[in-house]
Design a protein around this ligand. Sequence first.
Ligand code: ZN
Length: 259
Amino acid sequence: MLELIRRLRRGPPLDPQLWRAARDANPWTRALDPEREQQLHALVERFLHVKTITPLAGLELDDAQRVQLAALCCLPLLRFGAEGLRGWSQLLVYPDAFRVNRSHVDAAGVLHQWDDELIGEAWEAGPVILSWADVEADLAEPDAGFCVAVHEMAHKLDALDGALDGTPPLPRAWQREWAADFQQAFEALARDVDRRRRTAIDGYAAEAPEEFFAVCSEYHFSDPALLRRAMPKVAAHLERFYGPSPLARDAASTRVRKA
Ligand SMILES: [Zn+2]
């Protein structure tokens, strides 16, 4: 009975060959220690059980690619756990960047309409949408500071407490500390962007506190050394929240670089 309950929670077991292929093709999962790999494996089984992955616009996805998408989406949940999958059911995947219509009525009552080209999107209480071409680009260049799946999952974690504000659900004392440290770093970045100064991390992070959290999350996985140099307090919070970045060099080499 206990085994049945465990199965229902995790989903049916994943074909071990598929898992090994996905793990080996993914620089982040390849770098995990056995314990964290096992945790990710359980999250991926759960993900594939509770989420529907729908390719759009002529894209076709085989089982290995579906496992790969699940693995990338579950990477930010290694410490937070399967609770981070709550509140949505659809992963939509476009072959490439996709266009969305935007509209906004300004304070004067004038309707503005425009098209945005996106590589990923997370609706507050709806699907996660990804561009497959950009997922592949992230896997091909894992240390370039980008990971669109991590970015969108950060938005999903952020939204879990009902407010998309750059703060995921945390114990109260930590949340206060997080909010203060993130706000300070966000405001400093926004000032630099306003003054057209070169910024260490992508200026898109200055758009809003929730984008700051999502972009910094990408750096945590994709260029943790840069994040630690640019924003040590933010980097420390993210390391505590996500667990150490699979791409983090050991402490000794960091010390050498600092000297
Ligand atoms: Zn975003």
